[in-house]
Structures are given as C-alpha cells and as structure tokens.
Write a protein that binds this ligand. Sequence first.
Ligand SMILES: [Zn+2]
Length: 458
Amino acid sequence: MNPCKALLPAVVAALLAPAISQAALPAQPATPLTTGSVRVDIATGRVDGDVCVSNAPANAQAHFVLNAGLNVARVTDGEGKPVGFDGWYDPGVDGEARVYTLAEPTPKLCVQYVGAFPLYPKHDALGDFKGMMAFNGDSARFTEQSAWLPQAFDPKARVRSSQSRYDLQVGCAGCRFLYLNGSPAIEGAQGRFRSDNARPILLFGGSGPITRTAQVTILNETLPAAKVEALSSTVQKVADVHSRYMGAPLADRPTFLRMVTLNQIERDREGSEWGFATWPTIAMSGSIGNVADSLLAGGEQADRRVQYIAHEMGHYYFGTLNRPQGPYFWVLLESSAEFLSIKALREISGDAAADRYVAGLQAAVDKQSTPLPAFDAIDGSSDLGEMYRYVYGPLLLLSLEKQVGEAKMQAFMRGLLAAPSPTNWKELQAIAVKAGIDAKAWEHWRASCVAGGRQRCQ
Ligand SMILES: [Zn+2]
C-alpha cells in the first residue's frame, strides 16, 4: 500500500508568499489516534502490544487488521469491557494482515497482542518487502504496511486506516536508537513518541549511528561530511522552492534510513537496491551514500536524485497537510507531488534537466498502446495505474500550466492544497475558477488536452 513508487535506479528560507494558516487547511477526514505501548526484543523477535485506536472512520469501526504473525490476546472497548471478535478460524486476510470482525462497532478499540518473528542475522532470507515485520539481528523494521499496530479496516472498500496520529510508548531491548515516522529519532532503548499530524506509522529500532543536520537525519549509517553536506544542501534547496511555490513552509525534513534487508546477501551479490518512501522517511537498502555520490557526480545522475527527493518532499503537502481521497486520489497524491518535483528540478538543476525529464514522460505516454481513462470522466471505479499517477497525470498538470500561465497554475496548486479533495469534475473546476482560471480557459484545456484520454494536447 505504498503510495510512492518503489525506488527505481532514479530515484529546498525565505518565504515570499504568505503562509497558509492551519485554519485555511481543508476539513480532513476522520483522523484516527493510536495510543498505548509496544515492546520489541531484537534478540528474540518478540513483539508485545497493548494499543488503542480511536476516532476511526465510521465505516471502519467494526473491523481491524493486524499482522498475520501476531496473536490477539484480548480486545476491549477502551473502558475495559471485553469486545467479542471473529478471526481465528477461516479468517479474512488483507495482504500481510488478518482481518478481525468485532461483535459490534466500537468508537475506541483496544487490542492486546503478542507474536514472535524469525531473525535473519546472516541476512540470508529468500526475500524482503515492505509488509514484513523485519528482524535482521541488529534492528527491527516495521512499516505501516506490516500492520504492526492495529488499524481500523473498512471491509467494503478494503481500505485500512493506515495513517494515524499517535501517542505511543515504545521499548526495544537491544536497540541503541528508536525512530517513529514523523518524530525525531531518539537515542535510547525506550521513549514516548507523539504526532499531531496523521502519519503512516513506521518503527525502526537499531544499534547503528545517527547523523543530524538542520536539513536531514541519517539513520543507521555514518557518512563522510562531504556526502552529508550534499544531501543537506539538496534538501534545503528543495524545501525553499516548494515552500515558496506552495506558500506554506515545508515543516518536515526527511529522514534517510539505511536498511540492511533480510536478503541483503543476495542484494549485494546482485548489486540491486530496494527502497521505499513513507514521508518523511526515505528508506534505502545498501547505502544512503549512493544518493550522495550521485548528487556529487552531477549531470543526469544528480538530476534524477534531485527529482526523486523533490517528489518525496512534495508529499509534505499532498499526503500530509492535505490527505487526498476520492476518485482523484492518485492524481492529487502522486501527480501533484510529481508536478512539484518538476518545478523544483527546473529551478535547481536548470531548464535542460527539466525539459529532458518531461520529454521522458511524454515519450512513455506516446508508447502507451492501451487507452488511458479520460481525466474528465474519472470516477471511483477508474483504475489509475502507475503510468497515470507518475507520467500522464503530471503531463496533464503541465499542459494546464502551459495554457493558463504560471501564476494561475500556482494559485490552482495552492487551491488543491487548501481544499477538501474534489469528488467530481465540477468540484475540480470550482477550485480552478477560484484560482482565476475562467470557464473558457478550463474548457479549452479540457477539449484540447483531456477529452477522450488524449495522449498529447491537440
Ligand atoms: Zn509519491
């Protein structure tokens, strides 16, 4: 359920514009709150949880998911009253998680659970992926996808409430540091972590080093000063460009997390890299140094890393401040982050770099043989695949900018940030109108670039 593309070989202050106040941000969908405590033991792979979830969406209060390797000891309603549940026999399954059905919906759900996972200290597992509760001998890595914490589940839409505010006490026997996505890493084997922003909750506990600068945190790897500086300065530049463009300060800074994967032996033999981004975490197998090396090398190698980092940092706006939903979900989440990354690439690496990147996107669409869903006819059942999210959607946004000009496009992007997710074409147009894009201009764009799923504007 990683909203970001897996890390391919490719992979910013002065605020001139007025900042968007919290009050101007959209009414968000129900934001779950996860509280309680979890204990982890790196030497045994044991996990103990005593965790409550409240404020889940109404249609997700009768079910929850939990990693299939965890055993539920007890479910209560938050006041200690036991709640009956099903899921032992012939359980429902959602990926790496079991689905549990409560005897009745409960606004607050508390689950006590325990489990133990295999250790791979030789890093010789057959595979590794984002949904694993991964113990490699000296670290524990659980992403939100692993469902290491109970998550409310909407069985009809098959959607987990995978982003949550949190107030969690975490203990990890054998850890030198602890990190929860969206909170500063701490040195120590236990700590309390809180976030008032809903986040995908990722836990990483390990024994490696931590490097902090004003711009980045690098977890689990020591890098020479020149490489740290390369990462820091790129992040500073992207934060500056994004903040200015969106008119709201980019308050998060990324954490680069080095992972030694469960199958690292095989990866090292093949020379393959794997990574994922769960904003503000950018996790990579092998070495974060590879990213810094590319930045220092310059040229196209550097351009691709700048674009990648700028894409991920775009998720502070689209994914964190504004959490998209509805039929335009993928475009609002990914195409908008991609559009911002191209703006940043142009400012940081120059026109040639940005033009080359955009040409690559257009070439990919030109090769597409199956028709793409027309953007003005999208509804909840439209299947917007990777090509749509990362390639076609950004080109559509660029084509709108070309027709209406940079100033109105900037106002439109700020409008998308500040508005609740549009649920239909009329609502999307209303945001455009507010941004100064009149009906005639909007219709011209629709007819020349959008209608029928055109692969190029006509
Ligand atoms: Zn993304």
